[in-house]
Design a protein around this ligand. Structure first.
Ligand code: HEM
Length: 426
């Protein structure tokens, strides 16, 4: 059982830099989303790491030479408590986002992922540039289109009594919304998902590089097309806008379009799959939401808290002391959101799914200046989805025999067949 782990059991005797205290060196591979489980609450194995008796800084041992993938081999500090994670996300004097999600460096590209890899104060000009496209007013304009997609898609399977909600619905719906927002051609759908899969999940340098070449070539071509033929969609707006009064440079254009592409494609899909898995395994959540649709917004926040897809890293800008250890300039500090979101010092009864939780300061969208720009869109998509789903689909369950094993992270669950009794009261 995963919750039988103790600090002692995860300590490892791996060589680390001399300033790292031996008793902080652990193996947290199992906690970062790459080891699947079949628990109703798949993030449960990480919750104990935010208990008051756990040291405030751990050090995840380096994994040189394993099959873990090229991005994951360096040793790094890990914070697991809510208060410490909050500091890492908000203390911009000490922590930097330089290099974050800059997979493009693997093929020698030097443009930055904008706005994610840009530190304040420079960050704000890009954030201000993109923010209007995710404002409440803009999202309200998008809402009827989002609702149409949801209604059309649910309509295609509601009378059949079953759907693979991960593959045939969750994987498709948010990507359709995203492609519409950006103005990308719908036939690129499968190719986009294949590239993204290779970049984020293949663990093969060769595949990552091939996918990066493919997507960047496509995006540069698309930017050129929008330069010549503007339209009302976001890529065109980015290309033709003004940053502090001047046109964006080529590096800025590709930096913004590339990072939106990377951030916007499969995050909502993974959230949807895990949300439906949890509801299918815990029908009381379904009944409560069906009877109390006014709880949908707080319930979505609770789904987000209890399924934090990502853990984010920051670079130390300089040497500093924290919780009795020295962190050196250039070292990576990873925030284990799957532990911070269950910190008992922040959340009452953290393991319970409380659809009406009144205050919910989770880190699923991180915190501070880099808080996910797409969060308002993601939330809106999830609210609309639940609203329309409960109007049309009665109580659902996992199709007998289906495998509900899930990766507690962005990999999530690829297939999740659900069934319901057609004609039962919705
Ligand atoms: C449930 C869905 C989503 C989740 C869980 C999610 C998660 C995150 C996280 C954790 C970060 C911060 C990473 C870091 O600081 O290390 C982030 C940033 C970002 N996300 Fe999302 N995201 C979601 C949906 C989206 C969507 C739909 C879009 C775009 C359409 C998007 C665009 C962005 C952008 C542009 C940033 C960078 C913000 C900045 O640096 O100022 N995200 N997201």
């Amino acid at each position: 059982m995963p919750n039988e782990r103790t600090l002692e059991s995860i300590r490892v005797d791996t060589a680390v830099p001399p300033h790292v205290p031996r008793d902080r060196v652990v193996d947290l591979t199992w906690a970062i989303g790459s080891v699947p489980n079949d628990l109703r609450d798949p993030y449960e194995p990480c919750g104990w790491l935010s208990a008051p008796d756990i040291p405030r800084l751990l050090y995840n041992a380096p994994k040189a030479g394993t099959a873990e993938g090229p991005m994951r081999s360096r040793g790094h500090w890990v914070v697991t408590h809510h208060e410490d994670i909050q500091r890492v996300y908000t203390d911009n004097d000490v922590f930097s986002n330089k290099g974050t999600a800059e997979f493009q460096q693997l093929i020698g590209e030097t443009f930055r992922s904008i706005p994610l890899a840009v530190d304040p104060p420079e960050h704000s000009k890009y954030r201000m540039y993109l923010m209007p496209y995710f404002s409440p007013a803009r999202l309200s304009l998008m809402e009827p289109g989002i609702r149409d997609i949801v209604v059309e898609m649910i309509g295609s399977f509601e009378k059949t009594g079953e759907v693979d909600v991960a593959w045939d619905f969750g994987r498709v719906f948010p990507v359709r919304v995203f492609m519409g927002l950006m103005g990308f051609p719908p036939p690129m759908f499968e190719q986009f998902l294949a590239w993204e899969w290779d970049i984020l999940h293949s663990n093969s340098l060769e595949k990552m590089q091939a996918a990066l070449r493919g997507v960047l070539k496509f995006l540069r071509g698309f930017i050129a097309e929008k330069e010549a033929t503007p339209d009302d969609n976001l890529v065109s707006k980015i290309v033709h806008g003004r940053i502090e009064g001047r046109p964006p440079t080529e590096e800025e254009k590709i930096g913004m379009v590339w990072f939106l592409w990377l951030g916007g494609l499969d995050t909502v899909a993974a959230t949807i799959s895990q949300m439906f898995r949890r509801m299918a395994l815990e029908p009381a959540i379904q009944s409560r939401l069906r009877a109390n649709p006014e709880l949908i917004e707080t319930a979505v926040e609770e789904f987000l808290r209890t399924q934090p897809l990502l853990s984010s890293g920051r670079l130390a800008k300089r040497d500093f002391e924290w919780h009795g250890v020295t962190i050196k300039a250039g070292e990576n500090v990873m925030c284990l959101n799957s532990s911070g979101n269950f910190d008992p010092a922040q959340f009452a009864d953290p393991r319970a799914f409380d659809a009406a939780r009144p205050i919910n300061r989770h880190f699923t969208f991180v915190g501070g200046v880099h808080k996910c720009l797409g969060a308002p869109l993601a939330r809106r998509e999830l609210w609309i989805l639940l609203d329309e789903w409960f109007k049309r689909i009665p109580e659902f369950r996992v199709k007998p025999g289906a495998d509900t094993t899930v990766f507690p992270g962005l990999l999530s669950i690829r297939n999740l067949p659900l069934v319901w009794d057609v004609g039962a009261a919705g």
